[in-house]
Design a protein around this ligand. Structure first.
Ligand code: PEP
Ligand code: MG
Length: 293
C-alpha cells in the first residue's frame, strides 16, 4: 500500500493519532452489494424500501428472503445491517396510498406496528436470512422504547412459528436509527436496542422544522444543532455499538465535529467512501487536524 494508506484489506483504518475507525457503506438498490469494495467494513445501512416497493412485495416472504440472502452471501464475513421498511412520510409504498401516512406521523416503525402483517412477513424473511451471514436488523424512525419492545416480540413470535415449521432461522441483534430528536435526547432509556445509528437526514429535518431536502439544512445551517445533539446522545449509549449513516457522515466537512462527538463508525454512500477515508487519515480522533496536514 502507498505511504499513508492505513486502510487494510480488512477495512481497518486509523486516525492520524491511531484510533481505529470503521467505514461501512449504505446501499439502496440491493445490486450495489455486487460491487462491494473489499476494504469496506460492511453494510451499515441497507434501505429495504428499495427492495420492497409494493404491498405485493411486502407480502412476499420468499422474494424478500431471496434478496436478503443474496446480500448476506455477497457480504460474506462482513456484517450487514438491514433496516426494516421505512415507509410513510417522504417514502411511499405502492398499494398503501390509501393510508393517511403523509403528515400523520404514521411512518417508519409506527407504520410497521400499525400494519403488523407487513412487519411479520419482513421479520420472517430477516430471521431466515440471518442464517447466511452476520445480519443485524435496524428499526426506522423509533421514537419511544416500547416500539422496540413490541417489534422484538414480533420477531420472537415469528421465530417460534418458523421453528414449528422446521425452517432454519436465527435471531439477529435488533438496533435502531437515531433520527427522531425525542429518541436522541432519551437514548439512555432504550435498554432493549442492541445498537444505535444516527440518521442525520431526518434528525436535521425535525430539529430545524425544515422540509426534508431543505436547501438551508443541506447547506449546513442545522448542522451545529445536529452535531450538539449527537455529541450529547453518544454519551447516553452505555457502551453499545454506535454509528452514523445519515448523509452528514459522507460529507468530509462534518468529520471533525462527528469525531469530536465520539463517533468511530461511519456508514456512507459507496461514492463517498474515498473522500471520507482520506479525510480521516488527516485528523486526530478529537477532530483536530493532524500536525503537518
Ligand atoms: C437518515 O434519516 O439520515 C437516514 C439515514 O435515513 P433515510 O435517509 O433513509 O431517511
Ligand atoms: Mg431517515
Amino acid at each position: 500500500a502507498p505511504a499513508g494508506d492505513t486502510q487494510t484489506e480488512s477495512g481497518e483504518l486509523r486516525t492520524a493519532d491511531g484510533v481505529p475507525i470503521l467505514i461501512s457503506i449504505n446501499i439502496n438498490d440491493p445490486a450495489e452489494i455486487d460491487t462491494l469494495d473489499p476494504a469496506t467494513a460492511g453494510v451499515g445501512l441497507m434501505r429495504s424500501e428499495f427492495s420492497v416497493t409494493s404491498l405485493a412485495d411486502a407480502a412476499n416472504e420468499e422474494r424478500q428472503l431471496a434478496i436478503y440472502r443474496h446480500v448476506m452471501e455477497q457480504a460474506g464475513e462482513k456484517p450487514v445491517t438491514i433496516r426494516m421498511l421505512d415507509i410513510g412520510g417522504d417514502k411511499p409504498l405502492a398499494g398503501l396510498e390509501d393510508l393517511p401516512t403523509l403528515d400523520s406521523g404514521l411512518r417508519g416503525i409506527r407504520l410497521l406496528l400499525a400494519r403488523p402483517e407487513i412487519a411479520r412477513v419482513q421479520a420472517r424473511a430477516l430471521l431466515r436470512a440471518a442464517v447466511f451471514g452476520r445480519l443485524s436488523v435496524m428499526l426506522p424512525m423509533v421514537t419511544f422504547p416500547d416500539e422496540i419492545d413490541r417489534m422484538r416480540e414480533i420477531f420472537r413470535e415469528e421465530a417460534e412459528k418458523l421453528g414449528r415449521r422446521s425452517l432454519l432461522h436465527r435471531m439477529p441483534p435488533i438496533g435502531m436509527m437515531v433520527e427522531v430528536p425525542a429518541a436522541a435526547l432519551m437514548l439512555d432509556t432504550f435498554g432493549s436496542a442492541a445498537f444505535f445509528s444516527f440518521g442525520t437526514n431526518d434528525l436535521a429535518q425535525y430539529l430545524a422544522a425544515s422540509a426534508r431536502d431543505d436547501i438551508d439544512a443541506d447547506a449546513g445551517k442545522a448542522a451545529p444543532a445536529v452535531l450538539r445533539l449527537i455529541a450529547q446522545a453518544v454519551k447516553l449509549t452505555s457502551g453499545k455499538p454506535v454509528s452514523i449513516c445519515g448523509d452528514m457522515a459522507g460529507n468530509p466537512s462534518y468529520l471533525p465535529g462527528l469525531l469530536a462527538a465520539g463517533l468511530r463508525h461511519f456508514s456512507v454512500a459507496p461514492a463517498r467512501r474515498p473522500a471520507i477515508r482520506s479525510a480521516i487519515i488527516g485528523l486526530n480522533a478529537d477532530g483536530t487536524r493532524a500536525a503537518g496536514e
